[in-house]
Design a protein around this ligand. Structure first.
Ligand code: M6R
Length: 605
């Protein structure tokens, strides 16, 4: 993961880097650092363990730098420490490097080329900057760009690099492979960054960098070449991103803001995927791709994987095509026997998840069609798939994904409905998606008005527990999986989402006095069975909690969700569980938005 940012030109580099890092902090937050320099060759390297705020405290006197690079880290090689924080430097201090990614052959490089070098930390990045320095310093005539290229020819793995030479304060050298990176172009200054959102204070003009491309970035130019030195010409594009989207406003945490945004995400999706007459409007090419498939494979990780399950039943019913889910981190190392005409759907909020991309690369090599459903236009998975459907949920900054989950299911609903209608399926015409999603939006609003009640449930039943279970059947089981992920991710409660009927086959032995077991109940045919399982755990001392839709609610249920269409129940049922997770984390005094050990975009394998 990690976030990198660089700037060169007529701006105060320290300010720009620090603002950029604050916006990139979601990508990693265990240590951070910046290097700034100016035309007088004054320079400053500051690093700290902890958050960007800790780095800010250490900045000291500003040197009026006009160029620099910065980094916020999610540790892969070596623990969070000053030594391992980036920027990393060569022995002489001349070369300074920030890196997002993982260098797979760093040990071989060290053994083969850098046997006599002394390293102060454990990072693969330190090896890379030493390698570049070795090539540049052992042949004084070699331009830095050539030394960088020579190193890149040896380095294997994923990287977004920004390199500076202290002897040349007017140039940043950039290279990318597999890790996200793009240029931001300004008037008299240029930037490079892992995420456009971290540059939008400075510019709305961006330029993509593709894998295995190099950029020589100066204040008035951005020269892109491939590794063989062939120039690359590419148009920049304007993206009018909304600055208010990336602020918390009056909210204490992004997660709460993003949970609250879900009704409007539903309504915006209705706008996005319907035409002026209110008819569902999804690109013909995408509908055809689904029609031509004999099996749909949804590949994803974490919450996006759970969202795939949330949409499976509806997709199968409306496309009349079997849907199989694949964990990206597993499928990257071998796919099962595929059907004859597969369509791969990549679900990803960020569009940058390395595990998913690993599968997409293989899918492309095999020549199969693919569709990315993502929240981030222009992201890697979007660029590399045959087709894209955007969720348009606005930036999701909290590490715990909420509105992307509900947005993904709703987006897939439009796809399913469009395919079903094109196929002339009665069930598709009967499914009034615009109306049903409006009902869902109202249901979410009703759940959001229950925050105080949910806070009390958490205070009384979840505040001190070490473990918990969510249980449900079918669709409610899938919701339980996501609900459990949310709770454990931000409150550190060990929680499992379990198929209700499966408990008695072993896991019920974990139930002891006071363990919270939360049942998700939305299916009239299955609710009584799940209630039976709840009785079984209650008889063994569990503290039971029920989340039920009105249609199946009993007196005494803890949280009631207003009725929604069964195909969309995962969207409505998840909301109280998001609030439970939020409240548990909050009441335990944890950092809701930035849980330990995690980062938002998982761009390493
Ligand atoms: O960006 P993606 O949707 O591809 O990310 C996948 C997972 O890393 C992500 O959903 C993760 O599980 C969330 N932090 C869960 O809240």
């Amino acid at each position: 993961m990690c976030g990198i940012v660089g700037v060169v030109g007529n701006r105060n580099a320290t300010d720009i880097l620090m603002q950029g890092l604050e916006k990139l902090e979601y990508r990693g937050y265990d240590s951070a650092g910046i290097f700034v320099t100016n035309a007088q060759h004054q320079s400053k390297l500051v690093k700290s363990v902890g958050r960007i705020e800790d780095l800010r405290q250490k900045l000291g006197i500003d040197i009026a730098g006009t160029a620099g690079i910065g980094h916020t880290r999610w540790a892969t090689h070596g623990k969070p420490s000053i030594e391992n924080a980036h920027p990393q430097t060569s022995t002489s201090g001349r070369f300074v490097l920030v890196h997002n990614g993982v260098i797979e052959n760093f040990k071989e490089i060290q053994d083969r080329y850098l046997k006599n070098d002394r390293f102060i930390g454990q990072t693969d990045t330190e090896i890379a900057v030493h390698l570049i320095a070795k090539f540049a310093e052992e042949d004084e005539k070699m331009p830095v760009l050539d030394a960088f290229k020579k190193a890149l020819d040896i380095i294997e793995g994923s990287y977004a690099f920004a390199l500076m030479d202290a002897e040349d304060p007017e140039t940043i050298y950039v290279a990318k492979n597999k890790s996200p990176l793009l240029l931001g172009l300004g008037d008299g200054y240029n930037m490079v960054c892992s995420d456009a959102m971290a540059m939008i204070r400075e510019t709305s003009e961006f330029m993509e960098i593709h894998d295995k491309e190099l950029v020589v970035l100066k204040k008035n130019s951005a020269m892109i070449t491939d590794y063989a030195g062939n120039p690359v010409t590419r148009d920049s594009y304007r993206a009018e991103l909304d600055l208010s989207d990336i602020g918390k406003g009056t909210y204490p945490y992004y997660m709460l803001k993003e949970i609250d945004e879900q009704p409007s995400v539903m309504r915006q999706l209705i706008q996005r995927y319907t035409d002026a007459d209110g008819a569902v409007n999804v690109s013909d090419a995408i509908v055809r791709a689904v029609q031509e498939a004999d099996r749909i494979y949804i590949i994803a990780a974490g919450t996006s994987y759970n969202a795939g399950f949330g949409a499976k039943m509806m997709l199968e019913a409306l496309t009349q095509t079997p849907v199989e889910l694949g964990l990206a981190s597993e499928w990257g190392y071998g796919m099962p026997i595929l059907s004859e005409r597969p369509l791969f759907i990549f679900l990803s909020q960020s569009g940058e998840t390395a595990d998913s991309r690993q599968v997409l690369v293989q899918v492309n090599e095999l020549g199969y069609p693919s569709l990315t459903v993502t929240n981030v236009p222009g992201s890697t998975l979007s660029r590399e798939a045959s087709y894209t459907l955007l969720i348009g949920a606005g930036p999701e900054i909290a590490v715990a994904s909420t509105k992307a989950y509900t947005g993904q299911i709703a987006t897939l609903a439009f796809l399913a409905k469009a395919v079903g209608e094109t196929d002339g399926l009665q069930a598709a015409s009967d499914f009034d998606l615009v109306k049903e999603l409006s009902v869902v939006a109202q249901s979410i609003e009703a759940s959001l008005s229950e925050k105080d009640k949910i806070a009390k449930i958490v205070q009384n039943r979840l505040l001190t527990t070490r473990s918990a279970f969510y249980i449900g059947r079918k669709q409610d089981y899938y919701v339980s999986m996501e609900a459990a992920l949310k709770l454990k991710e931000i409150s550190y409660v060990q929680c499992e989402g379990f198929a209700a009927g499966e408990l008695k086959h072993g896991t019920i032995s974990l139930i002891e006095k006071g363990v919270p077991v939360i049942a998700v109940l939305s299916d009239p045919l299955l609710a009584s069975h799940t209630r039976g399982n709840l009785m079984e755990v209650a008889a063994r001392g569990a503290s039971t909690i029920t989340i039920a839709v009105e249609a199946v609610a009993n007196p005494g249920d803890d949280i009631i969700v207003t009725n929604v269409h069964p195909w969309l129940s995962a969207i409505a049922m998840i909301v109280p569980t998001q609030l439970i997770a939020y409240e548990t984390s909050l009441q335990r005094g944890l950092d809701v938005d930035k849980p330990r050990n995690l980062a938002k975009a998982v761009t390493v394998e």
